[in-house]
Design a protein. Structure first.
Ligand code: GLN
Length: 190
């Protein structure tokens, strides 16, 4: 039997990601322990609060197993806080991260007065229709490595990017009704 898809379920909006996967007829497992990583091929890191998620990941001793999972061929999709956890360097304020993706991010970078906002932006890779983008206390990707491909932009910033087996969005497709980003992750990345 082929391996499944997991959603890190320590904190944040993992249930919304599972709902999205279910709409694509993809069953998913809630991942809370290192031993569960053996049963999956791809892992979604949800939106939420990256500092809290990181603390729980450290408490559960998940950091090293996640590195082994990645180096063993596992795929990742990180949304917002999940993107922060996957980034090489985090500022605003700075904190440790998994660092699997060659991007630098600045947390809460759209400013205090715009806690959340919505936009519709082109994403040719996913079809003609603009992609709905919900940003909640979102980070900005301040630099991208040479192998990072930008799939969509918002206000001149890259907001949906891919580096081989890792997909990252600074917005939340799981809070919209548009399944295209999750479908792309399942079909092209994972
Ligand atoms: N601001 C949060 C953080 O820094 C991320 C917000 C989100 O995931 N919507 O972790």
């Amino acid at each position: 039997m082929s391996k499944g898809v997991g959603v890190l379920a320590l904190q944040g909006d993992y249930a919304e990601h599972q709902r999205m996967l279910a709409r694509l007829d993809c069953p998913s497992t809630q991942i809370r322990k290192a031993s569960q990583l053996a049963s999956i091929r791809a892992l979604i890191l949800p939106g939420g609060e990256s500092t809290t998620m990181l603390k729980f990941m450290q408490e559960e001793d998940l950091l090293e197993p996640l590195r082994e999972f990645y180096e063993g061929g596992g795929a990742f999709y990180g949304t917002c806080a999940g993107a922060i956890l996957l980034a090489r360097t985090v500022t605003g304020p700075s904190q440790p991260s998994l660092g699997f993706m060659n991007i630098d991010v600045e947390r809460n970078a759209y400013g205090r007065q715009v806690d959340s906002h919505e936009s519709f932006e082109p994403c040719p890779e996913l079809g003609d229709e603009r992609l709905p983008m919900i940003f909640i206390r979102a980070p900005i990707i301040t630099s991208l490595g040479a192998d990072v491909v930008t799939l969509a932009r918002h206000r001149d910033e890259a907001v949906l990017v891919r580096e081989r087996r890792i997909l990252v969005s600074t917005f939340h497709p799981e809070l919209s009704t548009d399944t295209r980003v999750h479908r792309y992750f399942l079909e092209e990345v994972a």
